[in-house]
Ligand binder design. Structure first.
Ligand SMILES: [Zn+2]
Length: 363
């Protein structure tokens, strides 16, 4: 007998999150309060429930214009030091209450400079917010550690500058680098100098690839830029041929990604909104997990996709029939793929994750 795999029990199980955007995870009520405080006038409504629904609907609409409008609002209220500290603190608290024990939250500092904040000031504010949130979570009985990834926007030309920012703040909680923004038309090789600089400085980085664009983008991220993980990477499925009887033949790139154990930061709810799959049952997560790819469960944008790590995990468990052994595998794989120091990863795996899942399997 083991504990039933229900949403409630999954919420209590330790989880690890590698792909979550700070500006995609605000509480609706916080967006409203921050808008009032800073004089931001463009919100579609000032009722928290309505606003939460508006964000999810706009992201669901299939219109890129409306999808981007949602980030216009969250980024619009994240232009002051206090707002940034508050949002980071609440993110840590919300994730901790959902059972997340380790998270890497990403953001693009260059987006928060509209009212004059400097890049270093922004990073310091985010770090302060996460430390505050970790403390509040601990007071509420949850233990979480949050690392951050600094993103450079693909359409801008600030890759090297953001990479240097990562190196400056690497000892205070910044654990790596990523690039975000439109994939189509802005290949990661545009930022080769940033990636080379990061490698020269022994910094970890992941790259959003294989979301809006297919295997060619994944190939560039891995082979030309040296990405250690893939943000999404879901479209690696396009390099796999499935026969009528279900047997799979991996193309060279898919085989390389699997053989090298390159972690895929999969985000099913977000992918349904951007059209990678119509239903969770059609999402590549199921076949990729079965073929032994190093899959991890992520939220991308909790506000826009109306999800939490627990709900994403529960949906996948229900759809693909995962048991605690499967969920433990995804969690340990995610922790091993984290960019935080090895000794801290081991400590969380050995002292927190393994014992909790052993209990869930035995109870
Ligand atoms: Zn993302």
């Amino acid at each position: 007998m083991s504990t039933p795999v229900t949403l409630e029990n999954i919420r209590r199980a330790p989880k690890v999150l590698l792909h979550d955007h700070l500006d995609g995870g605000l509480r609706p009520q916080t967006v409203i309060e921050l808008a009032r405080e800073c004089g931001y006038r463009d919100l579609p409504t000032h009722d928290a429930d309505d606003l939460g629904t508006w964000f999810a609907d706009a992201a669901d609409s299939g219109s890129l214009v409306r999808y981007l409008e949602t980030f216009g609002h969250t980024v619009g209220v994240l232009q002051t030091r206090d707002a940034i500290v508050r949002v980071a603190a609440e993110a840590a608290e919300d994730l901790a209450a959902d059972g997340v024990v380790y998270a890497e939250v990403k953001y693009a500092p260059e987006l928060f400079t509209e009212r004059g904040l400097g890049l270093d000031e922004i990073v310091t504010a985010v770090q302060e917010g996460f430390r505050l949130g970790e403390k509040r979570a601990a007071a509420a009985g949850y233990r979480i550690r949050v690392g951050t990834l600094l993103c450079a926007m693909r359409q801008n030309d600030r890759g090297r500058e953001i990479a240097e920012l990562v190196v400056r703040h690497r000892d205070t909680g910044v654990v790596g680098f990523d690039i975000a923004g439109p994939e189509d038309g802005f290949p990661p090789t545009r930022m080769l100098d940033a990636f080379q600089y990061l490698r020269d400085n022994n910094v970890h980085f992941t790259i959003h690839a294989g979301e809006a664009f297919g295997p060619a983008s994944i190939w560039e991220a891995v082979q030309r830029c040296g990405a250690e993980r893939l943000g999404h990477g879901a479209r690696i499925i396009e390099d796999i041929t499935f026969a009528e009887d279900g047997t799979a033949e991996l193309g060279r790139l898919a085989a390389y990604v699997r053989d090298r154990r390159i972690p895929l930061e999969l985000c099913p709810a977000s992918n349904l909104q951007t059209g990678i799959a119509k239903t969770v049952a059609d999402h590549p997560f199921g076949p990729l997990a079965k073929l032994g790819f190093r899959v991890t469960v992520n939220t991308d944008n909790r506000l826009m996709s109306h999800c939490m790590p627990s709900t994403e995990t529960a949906t996948l468990a229900e759809t693909f029939g995962y048991d605690w052994t499967d969920l433990e595998r995804f969690t340990v794989d995610a922790m091993e793929a984290a960019f935080v120091d090895y000794d801290q990863r081991r400590q969380i795996i050995d002292d927190v994750i393994r014992p909790a899942y052993a209990k869930l399997k035995a109870d």
